[in-house]
Design a protein around this ligand. Structure first.
Ligand code: ATP
Ligand code: MG
Length: 291
């Protein structure tokens, strides 16, 4: 496999000034071990051991992009959505989660945005990006990249089609199917329907099956790059955050290759203990090509 075009593309973005816009989220992993059934209730009890607290949301996304760009800025809210996951200590399995997302304040978007090469929106749908802000974002002259996430708080109510226009969109397959109201049709048909008249480049990530891209009538597929998955949380965010600053100059082939490499690296990181970096990504691509 020739990875030279992907390596060249990474250099094109090295001076880009990029604004990340999105929800502020704290991800907490509370590590527990199972105790068994309570004798008094129909309830399984777990014993708490310890916890890790990570900056998630837009901050985690922007941090993935940092070593790939000339400058990365963040526009976010003064309030935080707290997401707690009870995680089985032994298998690193998430057992259940609690969202604390009441009373979110709108994020603060700078007045002047002209000087950014790209505006990258990670909209997790917790209300920090208001409808008025969406209108302002889609009217910007800047290169606009958007990722609108479905999560358990907003299923079906937070669709990518809120964004009437964008130059680059990355969503996962359930998000694409929900937005197109098509559960079983060919993913290509779903993508075409979503992209037409709206999105310049559209990528749908497919988890362990990699990703598929659409641009001007052409579909491109790229397989996933790892089988050693530790934690999939945020893999799509890493794919998006690393490729969005490159998307203006990149061809779909290279974007999918770099995105899948970023996703693969992220699946090997627990929570947000570490970020995807340019040196790690280049080393990963080289090792992959040399297999
Ligand atoms: N199980 C897996 N095996 C291999 N690669 C994976 C796996 N899960 C994710 N990836 C990589 O990460 C990319 C993004 O993953 P996915 O499609 O699950 O995104 P997502 O659902 O948006 O995730 P999140 O919203 O948690 O960030 C995939 O395109 C793939 O390259
Ligand atoms: Mg996602």
């Amino acid at each position: 496999m020739n990875i030279d075009p992907a390596l060249a593309l990474l250099e094109v973005a090295a001076t880009a000034q990029v604004l990340f816009v999105g929800d502020r989220i704290v991800d907490e992993y509370h590590y527990v071990t199972a105790l068994g059934k309570s004798p008094k209730e129909h309830l399984i009890t777990v014993a708490y051991e310890d916890q890790e607290v990570f900056e998630g949301g837009v901050v985690a996304a922007a941090t993935h992009a940092r070593s790939f760009c000339g400058g990365v800025w963040i526009a976010t809210s003064p309030t935080v959505v707290r997401k707690v996951r009870m995680v089985d200590r032994v298998y690193l399995r998430k057992l259940f989660g609690i969202h604390y997302n009441q009373d979110q304040e709108p994020l603060e978007l700078p007045e002047a945005l002209d000087h950014f090469d790209a505006v990258v929106v990670t909209d997790f749908g917790h209300g920090q990006i208001t409808p008025a802000m969406v209108n302002r974002l889609v009217a910007l002259p800047n290169y606009l990249a958007v990722n609108a996430q479905t999560n358990s708080s907003n299923v079906g109510y937070h669709l990518i089609t809120k964004y009437e226009r964008a130059d680059y969109v990355v969503i996962d397959e359930p998000e694409a199917r929900l937005a197109a109201q098509d559960r079983t049709g060919k993913i290509e048909d779903v993508m075409q329907r979503l992209a037409l008249g709206r999105y310049g480049k559209l990528v749908v990530t497919l988890g362990a099956r990699g990703a598929i891209g659409y641009e001007r009538g052409v579909f491109t597929r790229c397989d996933a790059m790892t089988q050693q998955v530790v934690d999939t949380m945020g893999a799509g965010d890493a794919f998006f955050a690393v490729t969005a600053p490159l998307a203006r100059h990149g061809r779909m082939n290279e974007l999918l290759l770099i995105g899948n490499a970023a996703g693969a690296l992220k699946t090997q990181i627990v929570g947000h203990r570490a970020s995807v970096t340019k040196p790690d990504l280049i080393a990963y691509l080289k090792a992959y090509a040399a297999r």
